[in-house]
Write a new protein. Structure first.
Length: 353
């Protein structure tokens, strides 16, 4: 596919037409969204303070343009040193992780961000949501020089990525499963000129999980098998991680043996199971559960943990129930939290009977 390049001379009428279509798709009115000239100037000044400037982790001396290949929109030419970045779907926490403060963000990052991370992007305006769509009028007012996002075919219409090309270069990395967000993180970093910085951090993170396997080898050998559970949006069901998940990858990299209750050839990163089959977890001597950044079970998982049947499981009765924080935050910071959680669990867990 031919290289995509943002043309600053694009017809203003086309831009306004795109704006109207996208705002309507978001359920809003153009008249309601357009600020007065004075308001617009004040907003622009407030947004520019502390939100513009080079990407901190970018290699020094790089100027001009770079081409990001094989994106959802083909090969895309972007500034080598973007100054005003819009963060799209599932990308927000990774940009925070890299030290990038966008000028606008899709609001989905808030679900997996810590208070410290939220503070780093305090004042950054929302540009919409994955459920209601993006607000192109807002994006135009922020004058971005790059839009970067993940995309999946079934949500592409909500992101309107092709229409956003009329505003700024759009780098959209296609994913299918949550695990793909983590596996595509290096591509995000490379697009921003931060590839080596991230590779160094990934190596450090891998060493952290591997160190548990080596340093606690004797204790781990006594623990038997472990499982990971979380609640479910479907009534009377719960979910376990499978060998297609990042949770499984990290638990096993840390030397732990995953329980046999998970399917050997799963279709997805998790398996949904009826709560009538909680006994499937009985073979696990240690159970990790989905927790927020503070270690508290998420709302959906708390309902599972509070159920009388769950409390009768051998691992729970033995006190071998441990939090696994922010499993769906695909960042280095989340990985560091999980190293702590696994290390603490290994130290505290009682050996298998």
């Amino acid at each position: 596919m031919a290289t995509k390049r943002f043309r600053r001379t694009r017809d203003l009428i086309l831009t306004l037409a795109v704006t109207g279509a996208l705002v309507t798709a978001c359920g809003g009115s153009v008249d309601d969204e357009v600020p007065s000239p004075n308001d617009a100037q004040a907003t622009a000044e407030a947004q520019s303070e502390g939100q513009t400037g080079p990407v901190a982790c970018k290699s020094d001396g790089e100027t001009g343009e770079r081409v990001v290949k094989d994106t959802f929109l083909g090969d895309v030419t972007i500034p080598a040193d973007p100054q005003r970045i819009i963060s799209g779907w599932l990308i927000g926490t990774e940009l925070i992780d890299l030290g990038v403060k966008p000028v606008g963000m899709l609001d989905d990052y808030k679900a997996n961000a810590t208070p410290e991370e939220l503070k780093k992007v305090s004042g950054v305006p929302d540009i919409g949501s994955i459920t209601s769509g993006v607000n192109a009028e807002k994006i135009i007012s922020l004058k971005p020089d790059l839009v970067i996002t993940f995309i999946r075919k079934d949500v592409a219409s909500r992101m309107n990525v092709e229409s956003l090309e009329g505003i700024a270069p759009v780098v959209a990395f296609e994913i299918e499963e949550p695990m793909d967000v983590w596996e595509s993180y290096p591509r995000v970093a490379e697009a921003l000129g931060c590839g080596q910085v991230l590779q160094d951090e990934l190596a450090r993170l891998d060493a952290g999980f591997s160190a548990i396997a080596e340093d606690d080898k004797a204790k781990i050998a006594e623990l038997g098998t472990v499982a990971y559970v979380e609640g479910s949006a479907e009534p009377a069901t719960y979910q376990i991680a499978t060998n297609k998940s990042l949770v499984y990858e990290r638990l096993t990299k840390a030397g732990l043996k995953y329980f046999a209750g998970a399917p050997a050839n799963p279709e997805r990163y998790n398996e949904q199971i009826s709560t009538e089959d909680l006994d499937r977890l009985s073979s696990a001597n240690v159970i990790f559960y989905e927790a927020d950044y503070s270690g508290k079970p998420t709302e959906r998982t708390k309902a599972l943990l509070d159920s009388p049947a769950f409390k009768t499981l051998p691992a729970v009765k033995a006190g071998n129930l441990f939090p696994y924080r922010t499993p769906y935050a695909y960042t280095i910071a989340a990985g560091d939290r999980q190293i702590e959680d696994i290390s603490d669990a290994v130290a505290e867990a009682k050996p298998a009977p």
